[in-house]
Ligand binder design. Structure first.
Ligand SMILES: Nc1ncnc2c1ncn2[C@@H]1O[C@H](COP(=O)(O)OP(=O)(O)OP(=O)(O)O)[C@@H](O)[C@H]1O
Length: 247
């Protein structure tokens, strides 16, 4: 036995436990099931990209993870604990925070007022403003502007700043790229990559694989309410090329 084998014998390499996990999750709208047994695992301090075309069930999956949509079968786990039926408030208390499709900001409030609404989580307005404006200086310049009158990219920066107010452990991002210019999308994902490097765990649902794969640690492909493949970004990119280009 070599030295390395001896070490491996003594110290088995254990995979970190997923922070957020879906096991055979089923969910739907009324009598119509749209998630038919979804399996996903988000490892701590990593970014998992959930990809796939419109209507595959990505948003429903994200809502399930945030405690915003009930499941009818399977298990939702947080740090190894089954949390089926968890409310959105309790999910937030556990450290799960989401930016929904459409960003979830208040268009008729200013940037400052939007941040003020997020102070309910414990941080002061001054602290939230300091964090938001140092991360995104443009928000500082627009602090008294109505959020709804800002560009899509600036609105997404505000949504991200609000989401980070709670110092979440898990961030759920649904279609960050929607309606944004490619350069803004890559800037936003660069910020997300920095947050992941700092220890945040992020699940991103994204229709445009190219936008998120470069910063993802792993990826999953969702079609017709099922995760049909999971793997490295390269593996899933190859699979997407096969599916879409008929390779
Ligand atoms: N409120 C709803 N009531 C009924 N059916 C719904 C509702 N929301 C979504 N669905 C259906 O559930 C399925 C999955 O939708 P979902 O929004 O989760 O997919 P998606 O992959 O996120 O697509 P998109 O990017 O368009 O949001 C679709 O067939 C959709 O029509």
């Amino acid at each position: 036995m070599t030295m390395t084998e001896q070490q491996a014998d003594r110290e088995p390499v254990t995979e970190p436990e997923p922070l957020l996990e879906l096991v055979d999750v089923r969910a739907g709208y009324g009598a119509i099931e749209v998630l038919h047994g979804v399996n996903l695992a988000l490892k701590p301090g990593s970014l998992l990209a959930l990809l796939g075309p419109n209507g595959g069930g990505k948003s429903t999956t994200m809502r399930v993870c945030a405690g915003l949509h009930p499941i009818t079968g399977g298990e939702l786990r947080y740090a190894g604990r089954t949390v089926n039926g968890i409310s959105a408030q309790d999910a937030a208390r556990l450290g799960v925070c989401s930016i929904p499709e459409g960003r979830g900001i208040f268009p008729n409030l200013t940037v400052r007022e939007n941040l003020w609404v997020a102070t309910g989580t414990g941080a002061t307005l001054a602290e939230l403003e300091e964090k938001a404006y140092s991360r995104f200086p443009v928000l500082g310049r627009r602090r008294n502007q109505l959020a709804g009158s800002m560009s899509g990219g600036e609105q997404q920066m505000l949504a991200l700043s609000r989401a980070l107010a709670t110092d979440p452990a898990v961030l759920l991002l649904d279609e960050l790229s929607m309606g944004l210019a490619p350069m803004i999308v890559s800037q936003m994902y660069q910020t997300v990559a920095e947050l992941v490097a700092g220890g945040l765990s992020v699940l991103v649902a994204e229709q445009f694989a190219r936008a998120v794969l470069p910063i993802a640690d792993s990826a999953a492909l969702m079609l017709h309410g099922r995760v049909v493949a999971t793997g490295t970004p390269e593996e899933i990119e190859a699979r997407l090329a096969d599916d879409y280009l008929g390779g």
